[in-house]
Design a protein around this ligand. Structure first.
Ligand SMILES: C[S@@+](CC[C@H](N)C(=O)[O-])C[C@H]1O[C@@H](n2cnc3c(N)ncnc32)[C@H](O)[C@@H]1O
Length: 318
């Protein structure tokens, strides 16, 4: 699904404004821009999109979609340069494309990784266990979570430690969280430890676009709660007018800038304004937010492809 190489990081092969003019003046693409009247939102305890992702991972359990995101450390060098020992939470980790470079970056980094699919977490653990280099798998902790429905488990940052850290944004527990976290207190917590005290980084790499738009604010608020005050959320995802957006057919639209693939998985394309509203609206401070515009060429057809990604870095207020 997501697809970049190390050389393509942070490039600006074309101006996004030029692409915008081209797209907005093309009558054949007008249906992407018309307002969309949304249908009723579901608040069930399992979500269709999470089920669609679980089926996707079952069909692709060989992990052939795995491609290590080597460019990630160039985009987010703080994953190498900050502090002695950092704790990172990768949200919607898929088969570990983001987990692996982060683990490799520093011997002392601990990565917590969640996904709604148990199957894909197994693949991630296998990929990390067999990856070359120093032993990585003892620094990776995975857990299953449908983030559209449940809060992060208490053992990441319990409400009382959140309050003691001076956090303005404290996660509110409800009965559904029992299932998500408390029952599964992880083995690496000592008996006198209630939680790990929050994380230094949350990574949301091509995951937010996979979640229906009406659930995104709540997912971002949950991410804010598990961060230590002053720490960072690193964001990369599909940008408005990316080539893959323009390929969707009118009947695949399920919202404004939101589409459903034939397998039931969602894809959203972010403008900078929408990303800004979502993250600052949840309580984050914006540090970096920009389009990355990259032209790649299809090796077989020679056809040019204009890719647009959104890069963002946000901070939890102290
Ligand atoms: C495009 S993949 C991104 C994977 C990874 N972050 C990376 O860098 O390659 C999106 C992931 O989000 C997961 N996902 C989708 N909806 C989710 C939900 N409601 N809760 C948790 N994970 C979800 C999917 O299972 C999938 O693995």
């Amino acid at each position: 699904m997501a697809e970049e190489t190390a050389a393509e990081y942070h490039s600006k092969d074309f101006e996004w404004e030029e692409l915008r003019l081209e797209v907005e003046n093309d009558p054949s693409l007008r249906y992407h821009l018309t307002p969309f009247i949304s249908s009723a939102c579901s608040s069930d305890a399992t979500t269709d999109e999470a089920d669609a992702w679980r089926s996707f991972h079952r069909r692709h359990s060989a992990g052939k979609f795995f491609k290590e995101r080597r460019y990630l450390l160039k985009e987010f060098p703080e994953l190498i340069h900050s502090g002695d020992s950092i704790q990172v939470l990768e949200v919607g980790c898929g088969n570990g494309s983001t987990v692996l470079p982060i683990l490799r970056a520093k011997q002392s980094t601990i990565v917590y990784a969640c996904d709604c699919s148990e199957e894909v977490l197994k693949t991630t653990r296998e990929i990390v266990a067999t990856a070359s280099g120093a032993s990585l798998d003892n620094r990776l902790h995975t857990f299953v979570l449908d983030l559209s429905v449940y809060n992060f488990p208490d053992w990441l940052f319990c409400a009382s430690c959140q309050r003691n850290s001076g956090s303005k944004h404290v996660s509110s527990s409800d009965s559904r969280d029992e299932k998500a976290g408390k029952l599964n207190a992880p083995y690496f917590l000592t008996e006198d430890q209630c939680c790990i005290g929050g994380v230094d980084f949350v990574t949301l790499i091509f995951t937010l676009s996979a979640i229906p738009f009406h659930r995104m604010s709540s997912v971002i608020e949950k991410c804010l709660c598990v961060l230590k005050p002053g720490q960072f959320l690193l964001f990369r995802d599909y940008g408005l007018y990316d080539m893959t957006m323009l390929r969707f057919l009118p009947e695949q639209r399920v919202g404004f800038c939101e589409y459903m693939r034939s397998d039931g998985t969602f894809s959203y394309f972010f403008s900078l304004d929408t990303a800004r509203d979502l993250f600052t609206g949840a309580g984050f401070i914006e540090l970096e937010l920009e389009y990355c515009c990259i032209t790649s060429v299809n090796r077989r057809s020679g056809k040019k492809m204009q890719r647009v990604w959104v890069h963002g870095k946000f901070q939890k207020p102290v």
